[in-house]
Write a protein that binds this ligand. Structure first.
Ligand SMILES: [Zn+2]
Length: 259
């Protein structure tokens, strides 16, 4: 038997091994080696030739010696990117399984679908897929300047690109225009797809765009931000972590300027 990666969660906190410079995921033939009782287990697939599993642990269980339960936000940037992306998938599958034990339409107990990652209601046939909430994130540029905002929820003095959830019935482009307008009073054009990133807090998919300034002056319209400003490459504030799509958007803009 080959050793597998085990992504074990207690609530939304991941069981990690404490190593000097980074955090590691337990790599074991059988999770039972750790002697922790499990509530749920899901097969996730392969990473670098190893099987990966998601496991849910009951609350109140202490981590084994040399390990701890850490929030995914804490391990961001301290874990291998491939492992981190599986961890983001694992936490969402465990959460979906836990919150869809019963059918949302008729209340019957659901069961796992035979071939799809879905839970099926044996009574009314409704399928429940893992929930995803799409959110747009956008870098607005005006010549050599970029528009960044400091969100109220940020604990540090970090500035980041604007972001927000897509509303029902809205296209991604409409969401970009609305969010930028609502948050800063700025109108944008030339909305171009950049890339995406799963963001499991708790189940977002960040869809990144670039856009150009079309008009308006900065007005903080809602409660979300405490500040928003135009920054140039020579005059940047504290930025989000390298691993985030927000930072990738900013770095890509700077690269194009040769910075
Ligand atoms: Zn049902």
């Amino acid at each position: 038997m080959e050793a597998a990666w085990w992504f074990a969660f207690q609530g939304d906190r991941l069981l990690v091994q404490l190593e000097p410079h980074e955090v590691a995921i337990p790599c074991l033939v059988d999770f039972a080696e750790l002697g922790l009782p499990t509530l749920r287990e899901h097969y996730l697939g392969f990473l670098d030739g190893r099987h990966c599993y998601a496991v849910e642990l009951a609350e109140g269980i202490a981590p084994p010696k040399g390990m701890s339960f850490d929030g995914l936000r804490q391990v961001y940037g301290r874990m291998d990117e491939g492992l981190l992306s599986v961890a983001c998938r694992a936490v969402q599958i465990v959460e979906w399984d836990r919150t869809h034990e019963f059918c949302g339409r008729c209340g019957a107990r659901t069961k796992m679908h035979a071939t799809e990652r879905a839970k099926e209601c044996p009574q009314c046939g409704l399928l429940h897929f893992p929930h995803l909430a799409p959110a747009i994130i956008v870098l607005v540029a005006r010549g050599r300047e970029i528009l960044l905002a400091r969100a109220r929820r940020f604990r540090s003095v970090m500035y980041s690109t604007l972001a927000g959830f897509v509303e029902a019935g809205e296209t991604l482009e409409e969401a970009v225009i609305r969010e930028v307008q609502e948050e800063t009073g700025i109108t944008v054009r030339e909305i171009t797809y950049f890339g995406s990133q799963p963001w499991p807090f708790p189940h977002s998919l960040m869809i990144g765009f670039t856009a150009s300034y079309a008009g308006g002056e900065i007005i903080l319209n809602d409660e979300e931000n405490v500040d928003a400003r135009w920054f140039t490459a020579d005059n940047l504030p504290q930025l989000p972590d390298k691993i985030s799509i927000a930072r990738k958007l900013i770095d890509s803009f700077l690269e194009k300027q040769g910075k």
